[in-house]
Design a protein around this ligand. Structure first.
Ligand SMILES: NC(=O)c1ccc[n+]([C@@H]2O[C@H](COP(=O)([O-])OP(=O)(O)OC[C@H]3O[C@@H](n4cnc5c(N)ncnc54)[C@H](O)[C@@H]3O)[C@@H](O)[C@H]2O)c1
Length: 338
């Protein structure tokens, strides 16, 4: 990939850069010639290598790491020094963990995010990319239709309510020298320096690969999916796009053709693991009421973003990494947010 000329090379702060999406973003940014500083409290890693997802970058002169917390003003002040743009990924991530630790989720996702934002404004940083979620749409009113950025938000979990709340906060700031952009990520899949096996595509693939019974609840529900690599590219493009394309805008990140029902995901996996077809069982229980099919055309028009991978590519990647033993214990708690 061609490197940006010196004058448009940026120093980008990635909060949550040790995580599933963040560690891929760090890789993409460095590979594109940018300088990267990560602020992360390494909440997913145990000793002796709590920051193992970032170890590949430590010898790169363009990489810096700050072991700190977005709830701590001093850590943020240090992290923001000389920064050109912020990509804010740090959060308590996912419905289950936010329901399990609601106070912590509010402290980090709401108060920590607001503190980071106000200090970014104080430091004169213009571009602020926020990792939001398509979960904000909740359940679609029209089961046969699609939602887009003009559709009403209908968050039905603490996690999504906090995301919607911070989106509203950001987009109503009206600060002319500030350029917030909210990226509503589709559900991620695929590999990373910190893979996650608690997300549908990766989890279903692991279960079938390990020859376990896979009970699927709400097989009829729709959800959009996007590869970690493509989510990272979208963040990088949003961090560096001209302001008139992104300032005070919310954009869905994914591809309109990459909405799937859970039963189709299972079929796609079984196509690559045909001997596991009988392991799949559909259980009638409306357990997860999120149901949304999302249009992702606006981001294409705004910044020219297009996906490069599709769900079957991610399935193949997981099968290769686990099947070959490169990931020898995909049940390890490092791979799960809880
Ligand atoms: N993965 C998805 O499918 C998905 C979908 C929609 C939106 N998102 C959003 O994208 C972002 C990244 O998600 P992910 O899947 O990479 O999650 P992740 O849990 O892998 O990464 C989050 C990172 O934030 C760090 N962190 C948590 N609390 C912190 C704090 N107080 N201070 C500093 N660092 C802290 C963690 O240590 C971790 O490295 C999140 O904001 C998430 O809500 C993710």
């Amino acid at each position: 990939m061609q490197k940006p000329p010196e004058k448009i090379r940026k120093l980008i702060l990635v909060t949550g850069g040790a995580g599933y999406v963040g560690s891929v973003l760090v890789d993409r940014l460095l590979d594109s010639g940018h300088r990267v500083r990560v602020l992360d409290n390494l909440s997913h890693g145990d000793s002796p290598y709590p920051g193992r997802s970032l170890l590949p970058f430590t010898s790169n002169d363009n990489f810096e790491f700050i072991h700190g917390d977005i709830r701590v003003e001093r850590d943020i002040e240090t992290a923001l020094d000389s920064i050109d743009a912020v990509v804010h990924l740090a959060a308590i991530v996912g419905d289950p963990v936010c329901s399990k630790h609601p106070e912590l989720a509010t402290e980090v996702n709401e108060r920590g995010s607001q503190l980071l934002c106000s200090l970014a404004i104080k430091h004169g940083i213009r571009r602020f990319v926020f990792a939001s979620t398509c979960s904000n749409y909740g359940r679609m009113v029209d089961a046969d239709g699609y939602v887009d950025e003009t559709s009403p938000l209908n968050p039905i979990s603490h996690y999504a309510r906090l995301k919607v709340g911070f989106e509203k906060y950001l987009l109503s700031l009206g600060e002319p020298a500030f350029e917030p952009v909210c990226l509503r990520f589709a559900t991620a899949y695929g590999l990373s320096h910190r893979p996650r096996f608690d997300l549908t595509v990766n989890e279903f693939t692991r279960e079938l690969l390990m020859n376990r019974r896979l009970d699927i609840y709400g097989e009829q529900f729709w959800r959009p999916y996007c590869h970690t690599h493509d989510l990272a590219v979208a963040c990088m493009m949003a961090a560096t796009a001209p302001s008139e394309q992104v300032a005070y805008v919310a954009l869905n990140v994914g591809d309109t053709a990459e909405n799937y029902q859970k039963k189709t995901l299972a079929e796609l996996i079984v196509r690559q693991l045909p001997e596991r077809a009988t392991n799949v069982h559909f259980v009638k229980k409306d357990e997860d009421p999120r149901d949304y099919r999302v249009r992702c055309d606006k981001i294409k028009q705004a910044i020219g973003f297009e996906i490069t991978r599709r769900v079957p590519d991610g399935i193949r990647e997981i099968i290769d990494a686990v099947g070959s033993g490169l990931i020898d214990n995909p049940d390890d708690e490092y791979y799960v947010n809880d």
